[in-house]
Unconditional design. Structure first.
Length: 879
């Protein structure tokens, strides 16, 4: 096989392995043809042609048009029909098909090749002039919109106005004469909009249609979708040119969409919709509300039987749930597409697990079928079942999960308001152009469209709760009102959606954390058998620790102790300590804090039942314990001006001068972490006492010895760790001696400054373990403030693609990842087998976990709710 890329392939030349060049749709069509499944004949313009065109200012590669005409000639010969022919005309569909499916994001042109002559012969041939004229008006509408850029409402308005004048509701109620009139009107409004006629030469139309599909790769909505789904921008789309089959050829014709399993629940049951006498886009775009697939058995029994057989065949062949588009033309079934079906997280897990049980997939294959993000979705909340509540109305349960948010009526507003508050996007129906709003919204509610409408498919794929086709709602976009029965909601009013049941509520309901089900447990259990990385949790309280254990954490990788100082009942003592005039005063203040800390540690050790717990000693800057400088200045001023209580004033002044003394311009780079402990060794000493006493108390009470690891934060110099280790070890020894007990305590450090990574070999001399603090390592390694970056230039960098993603969410592999690599290598060079972990937010991010696994770290630590995702992602990275 030669490696030269071809621009064009006949359908019979391809197969499923050629998805990069033929796109998903083209490759699967070719595969179906190979399997002997009825597919309309055609050819595919390859992704290479699109890429070449994009790379050449929209200019087609030299040979492409000739290739197209030749492929067309072959297709004409095979079908015995002619494009634009006065007898036996060939009509074409021109459909996009990228490598990764992007449902509804790119363009399609149907019924191409119909014109003033062919419409007559098509009508005569099928003895159904109505169908021919209906196809004609559809073509004008689509071509005008997609290829020529006429605003679609221009045609929709004419269609609506004609239906109104005729007093009919459905498109199907229009007569042949009505449709003829509509064709004339459509030509006229197109001429008015464009200042010229639409082209009537079908070859010119074909060229325009292929070109429009190329261009649709680069529309804003397609870009947004790719970005949201991490699809590269340079893949291009293929274009599938196929003989039309007509689902609108009368009462024995139909079109539909079906899934081989239920994409909401994963249940092995029939799932799909169809419409008699309609074309595909009617179902997909949600223009008419379709009928349930099971009803097709009665209406079109033979085609139905064949469809069911084909569904089974395709699922078995691809070993995955399929999403299928079909058309029945005068009783004969054709498949127009099959692809791996987008599904909810719950469905993904159920299907994966069922297919392992059915012997279709191995466990490893099943794990590969589930995305880490899908597990994440399952950990989303549902409506509190114990709450009394009455829905205002009910629509279709299009995508499960509950959403509470302020009503907004358009995608732009959703995208904007959704940045700062939860919003629910309410639309008559959604179109692919709404994608940027759907991404940001907590949920989507539509008045129109079925379970396979665009809104439903997209929402399910993204894990957004969605209630679709809620017929009981009225939306007035001009006035921004949503009316449900007697209630009227304006923009900003809060509603709740239940995408699992389809219920809509007129108030904010309480949500409860999700219940992780058996499928979830099984899949994550398989992940545990495979993964190499350990998974711990970041937890600061006994409650969090218990949750972490429940979700499978193998220890605590980071117990931040600052909240133990910040709680309201402790702050006065902590201030006393900081502001103490002498060592004695400081010791006194610390004595008050110790028992409170001890109690906290007892809770955590008790919950962890002997599993390792890494306690990090105090980290935050001093000013966080003191009043704000500006506020304190204002207080002094106010007391001064009002001539208030003299004592109060003098006290406020003293505090102000102390605040000033401790004030730092850059507290994040100031007296934090071990720097504080170097100045006040009493603090790490007190904390160590509390830790040891807590461990001993739990041992005495519960018989379980805690595995304690004490971690020193913000170390830059080996000497810092040496000094701190000394303090900790001495204190441990003192406490154990006083208690007459024995216990092993490990001492390690965080690596969260670039200097620490670079001199990790020196630091390792004094460390039993390292834990990479990738939050601070990102802040100091890239030089972006953790606290100020969100929303500012960093958002612009991400949207302008200066950088691929927010480095605080997913690790900057080359830069910060490089520092981790250096730290790990140098640390282990000095101390082979040094235990290495990660406890920054990245410890719960699948892409980062993949890197940490590759770097050979021992464990990641993340927030309790991300533990299952981390367990799963750790398995995925070794698959
Ligand atoms: C870190 O810096 O990555 C870390 C875990 O510590 P903190 O977030 O508490 O600064
Ligand atoms: Mg840190």
């Amino acid at each position: 096989e030669s490696t030269t890329v071809r621009y064009l392939y006949d359908m019979s030349e391809g197969d499923a392995s050629m998805r990069t060049i033929l796109g998903g749709k083209g490759a699967n069509l070719a595969e179906m043809k190979r399997l002997g499944i009825p597919v309309p004949d055609g050819f595919t313009v390859s992704t290479a042609a699109c890429v070449a065109t994009m790379g050449n200012q929209g200019e087609w590669p030299a040979s492409l048009w000739d290739d197209t005409l030749e492929a067309l000639a072959r297709l004409e010969e095979r079908t015995g029909r002619t494009l634009g022919g006065a007898t036996r005309p060939l009509l074409l569909s021109v459909r996009s098909g990228a490598v990764h499916s992007m449902p509804g994001m790119m363009d399609t042109i149907l019924n191409l090749g119909i014109g003033d002559e062919t419409v007559e012969s098509l009508g005569a041939e099928s003895e159904n002039p109505r169908f021919a004229w209906d196809s004609y008006r559809r073509f004008l509408q689509m071509y005008g919109d997609v290829v020529e850029g006429v605003p679609p409402h221009v045609y929709e308005d004419e269609l609506t106005s004609l239906k109104k004048r005729r007093g009919v509701e459905q498109d199907t109620d229009l007569t042949t004469d009505d449709l003829k009139e509509l064709v004339a009107t459509f030509k006229e409004v197109s001429r008015r909009e464009l200042g010229r006629d639409l082209p009537s030469d079908p070859r010119e139309q074909l060229r325009g249609a292929i070109d429009a599909v190329f261009k649709s790769w680069d529309t804003p909505r397609a870009r947004v979708y790719r970005k949201a789904n991490a699809i590269p921008d340079d893949l291009g789309t293929a274009v599938n040119v196929m003989q039309m089959v007509f689902g609108n050829r009368g009462e024995t014709s139909a079109t539909g969409v079906c899934f081989t399993r239920n994409p909401s629940t994963g249940g092995k049951e029939l799932y799909g919709e169809f419409l008699v006498n309609a074309q595909g886009e009617d179902v997909v775009a949600g223009i008419r509300t379709p009928r349930e697939l099971s009803e097709m058995e009665e209406v079109l029994p033979q085609a139905y039987g064949e469809l069911i057989r084909t569904m089974h065949e395709l699922e078995a062949h691809y070993k995955d749930m399929q999403d299928i588009e079909f058309t029945v033309e005068e009783g004969t079934l054709y498949l127009l597409q099959t692809r791996s079906g987008k599904r909810t997280a719950a469905a993904a897990l159920k299907v994966a697990r069922d297919m392992v049980e059915e012997g279709v997939l191995t466990r490893e294959e099943a794990l590969r079928r589930v995305e880490p993000a899908q597990l994440d979705q399952l950990l989303h909340p549902a409506i509190d079942p114990d709450h009394d509540r009455t829905p205002l109305t009910r629509g279709l349960p299009a995508s499960p999960g509950a959403a509470v948010g302020a009503v907004v009526f358009d995608a732009d507003t959703a995208a904007e308001r959704g940045q700062t508050e939860p919003v629910v996007l309410v639309r008559y129906e959604t179109t692919p152009d709404d994608i940027h709003g759907v991404i940001v919204a907590k949920g989507v509610l539509t008045a129109h469209g079925g379970m396979t409408s665009h809104a439903a498919v997209v929402a399910r794929g993204m894990g957004r709760p969605c209630v679709a086709g809620a017929q009981g709602i009225r939306i007035n976009t001009a006035e921004k009102t949503l009316t449900i029965g007697a209630r009227v909601f304006g923009e900003g009013d809060v509603i709740t959606l239940d995408g699992t049941t389809g219920d809509v509520y007129g108030e904010a309901l309480e949500l409860v954390p999700p219940q992780v089900n058996e499928d979830f447990g099984a899949i994550v259990g398989w992940a545990d058998e495979i993964r190499r990385l350990g998974v711990r949790a970041n937890a600061d309280t006994g409650e969090d620790a218990a949750k972490a254990r429940e979700l499978g954490a193998e220890g605590i990788g980071l117990c931040r102790t600052e909240h133990m100082f910040m709680a309201a009942d402790r702050l006065p003592a902590v201030r006393e300590m900081i502001l103490a005039g002498s060592d004695e005063e400081r010791a006194e203040a610390l004595e008050k804090i110790l028992p409170m800390q001890q109690e906290d540690f007892e809770g955590i050790f008790s919950a962890m039942k002997g599993l390792p717990v890494t306690v990090r000693l105090l980290d935050p800057p001093l000013h966080e314990f003191l009043p704000d400088l500006v506020e304190q200045s204002l207080l002094v001023q106010r007391l001064d001006l009002t001539g208030g209580d003299a004592d109060e004033l003098s006290e406020a002044r003293t505090l102000l001068s102390q605040v000033k003394r401790l004030h730092e311009q850059n507290p994040m780079l100031g007296t934090r972490g071990c720097r504080l402990a170097m100045l006040y060794p009493e603090i790490p000493e007190m904390q160590t006492r509390a830790i040891v006493r807590a461990a001993l108390a739990v041992k005495e009470r519960e018989g379980e010895t805690a595995t304690v690891e004490i971690m020193i934060p913000l170390v830059a110099y080996a000497r810092e760790l040496q000094v701190q280790r000394q303090i900790v070890e001495q204190t441990v020894a003192d406490e154990l001696e006083a208690a007459g007990e024995q216990m092993e305590v490990h001492v390690g450090t965080m690596i969260e400054l670039p200097r620490a990574a670079i001199v990790a070999d020196q630091i390792a001399e004094h460390a039993d373990f390292f834990s990479f603090g990738t939050n601070d390592l990102t802040q100091t390694g890239i030089g972006i403030s953790r606290d100020d970056a969100e929303g500012g230039f960093l958002s612009a960098y991400v949207s302008d693609e200066v950088i691929p993603h927010n480095p605080f969410e997913s690790i900057d592999k080359d830069g910060v990842g490089g520092l981790v690599q250096i730290g790990a290598e140098r640390g282990r060079s000095a101390k082979p087998g040094l235990k290495l972990g990660v406890c920054g937010e990245h410890g719960g991010d699948p892409a980062s976990i993949e890197l940490f696994d590759a770097l050979g770290l021992d464990y990641v630590s993340c927030s309790p709710f991300r533990v299952p995702i981390a367990r799963f992602a750790a398995a995925r990275s070794v698959l």
